[in-house]
Design a protein around this ligand. Structure first.
Ligand SMILES: [Zn+2]
Length: 89
């Protein structure tokens, strides 16, 4: 089983750019503040960027879980293929 490793990058709501003009390196915007898009110059509300990123993260996690469940089921079917007593459908 592989680990789930996905990087979710924040995206400008206006131009979909991943580049933001941050005031200094390592700047971590707090909820409710604004970040300026380095591409189009529009201000993005950090809270809504996080909401979008979280939704993307949840859907990636769901897909991953579905895949793991399918893999586990295949393993079980393989393990118990010759068993008269255990049937997996
Ligand atoms: Zn932009």
């Amino acid at each position: 089983m592989e680990d789930l490793k996905e990087t979710i990058r924040l995206r400008c709501t206006f131009c979909r750019s991943h580049e933001f003009a941050l005031p200094y390196a390592g700047y971590s915007p707090s909820a409710g503040s604004l970040v300026v898009c380095a591409n189009c110059g529009n201000e993005n509300d950090v809270t809504s960027l996080f909401v979008v990123a979280k939704a993307i993260g949840i859907s990636i996690a769901h897909d991953h879980v579905d895949k793991l469940v399918a893999e586990m089921k295949n393993e079980l079917i393989k393990s118990f293929r010759n068993s008269k007593f255990i049937r997996i459908s």
